[in-house]
Ligand binder design. Structure first.
Ligand SMILES: *Cc1c(COP(=O)(O)O)cnc(C)c1O
Ligand code: SF4
Length: 459
């Protein structure tokens, strides 16, 4: 499919293909079995582009895109792994396997951070489905047709929605109530389409969500952002799918309307930027006037290395993309396998940052997208002879929290905000009381906690 003959067509691979993919043929049988065991618990999806053009099969299992997409045995705890292996070997059938899979999934914190119920806005007393409005200027929209991806990241914190029942999903239908909401919210300048990956939608479906934003009554929406990993997982989306031309014309209409079209591209490793297809796709998006900003979580086994980030950011700048965020990955799924301690994240960020020119230093990080807001770890300060973490908000539930430095005790094992203790013997961080007040008054009528894992990452 290296696209000399004919047009590449997306062929998804799922756990059923693990037994037959020729590229896996060189692996010992036990390794293939192990992947199948994990793929019965955590979602697996790859495709012909990932397998044929991105992964260097001579370098597995260390190849970063292999680790990014294919299940690794250590993603389950040994006991969980044995439990699933036993279920598969038991001969008790699919229902039994599913029950054991669900049991293990429940142990993997499928809904971290209890966020969504606080972020769904209301209109005329009713929740606006498929919308999250956490920070004043920016609304997230989750189109129902965009709740999957061209392939899945093994670390995805939205993994529960790919294996779960419908009620784990948060999505808006095409009734476009979100536009009614936006018409009344003149402070919203940015609408961010996310998923899953909204680029899995057909152009005509996406148009139904996008076109209303171009009307005069929504001119306060200045920027349309699209969170996507399609540049990594299926760059042909922007080159040669059936409806690519229609999609490009839709994007051109956004730009012609005077709005900013921002592609929020999810890249984890410089290798994802290395194929002819991704470079052409980036070129095409830029030529129609979109700006590509890039973001990624820091993930052990995939990119926990300053050189990888430095090279990725330099490469992005060379290709005309703007590095935007380095995220800390959150506590869900196979987090024991992927997590990186905060102090280490800071080292990697600092080393990578200081090795490039100013243009390769535009990514903010390391950032936790947490319950109170987006919090950056700014450094380790020595105060009164004691090391402390210095942190600040990039976005807060209360906009006034931004840029105010606050301090936590240095802890080499801390991996997330909730692991941190206030420094200097304080009993709480400065924002905690107000946060509790905001959370208790907001949307008291919101019916029940639904999916909580849907914060943007690619996305
Ligand atoms: C990250 C994020 C945004 C966008 O924040 P920016 O700083 O404008 O990029 C908006 N809403 C939510 C819920 C987010 O997590
Ligand atoms: S991290 Fe983003 S692109 Fe990757 S599987 Fe999750 S939603 Fe899809």
């Amino acid at each position: 499919m290296v696209s000399t003959s004919g047009t590449p067509r997306l062929r998804p691979y799922t756990f059923r293909d693990l037994a037959t993919l020729p590229q896996l043929g060189g692996l010992p049988v036990e390794s293939r079995r192990a992947m199948e065991v994990v793929a019965h618990v955590l979602p697996f999806r790859a495709n012909n582009y990932v397998v044929e053009e991105l992964i260097d099969w001579g370098r597995i299992p260390d190849d970063p895109v292999f680790r990014l997409t294919f299940p690794q045995p250590e993603m389950l705890a040994p006991e969980q792994f044995s439990r699933m292996a036993a279920a598969l070997a038991s001969g008790l059938g699919d229902a039994h396997v599913r029950a054991v899979a669900d049991e293990i999934r429940q142990e993997l914190n499928p809904h971290p951070a209890g966020q969504l119920q606080h972020n769904v806005p209301t209109l005329d007393g009713k929740p606006v489905e498929g919308v999250q409005h956490k920070y004043r200027e920016t609304c997230l929209v989750f189109p129902s047709a965009g709740q999957t991806c061209h392939a899945y990241c093994s670390f995805c914190f939205r993994w529960a929605q790919f294996v779960g029942s419908r009620d784990l999903k948060l999505a808006t239908d095409e009734s476009l109530r979100y536009c009614d909401y936006l018409r009344r919210r003149h402070e919203v300048t940015d609408v961010l389409f996310t998923g899953g990956d909204p680029m899995v939608m057909r152009a005509d479906v996406f148009a139904r969500y996008l076109e209303p934003l171009l009307a005069d009554d929504l001119r306060h929406v200045q920027t349309i952002r699209i969170g996507t990993k399609a540049l990594t997982y299926w760059p042909y989306r922007f080159l040669s799918d059936d409806d690519t031309d229609a999609l490009m014309r839709l994007f051109e209409r956004i730009v012609a309307s005077g709005k900013h079209l921002a592609i929020m591209a999810h890249f984890n490793h410089w290798k994802e930027l290395s194929t002819p297809a991704v470079r052409q796709a980036i070129g095409r998006l830029k030529s129609l006037g979109a700006v590509i900003r890039t973001q990624s979580p820091l993930v052990r086994h995939i990119n926990d290395d300053a050189d990888v980030w430095a090279r990725m950011w330099k490469e992005q700048v060379r290709l005309g993309c703007v590095p935007y965020y380095m995220f800390i990955s959150r506590d869900t799924g196979a987090q024991h396998y992927f997590k990186v301690p905060l102090y280490r994240a800071l080292e990697i960020y600092t080393d990578a940052m200081t090795s490039g020119s100013g243009l390769a230093r535009s990514a903010r990080g390391p950032v936790m997208s947490a319950l109170p807001g987006k919090i950056a770890l700014d450094g380790v300060a020595d105060i009164g002879g004691k090391p402390v973490f210095s942190l600040s908000f990039l976005q807060g539930r209360d906009p006034d929290w931004c840029k105010r430095p606050f301090f936590a005790e240095f802890d080499p094992n801390a991996c997330w905000l909730t692991d941190l203790r206030p420094a200097f013997g304080d009993t709480e961080f400065f924002f905690e009381r107000e946060l509790a007040a905001i959370l208790s008054q907001r949307h008291p009528e919101t019916p029940r906690p639904v999916a909580t894992q849907l914060e943007p990452l690619a996305a």
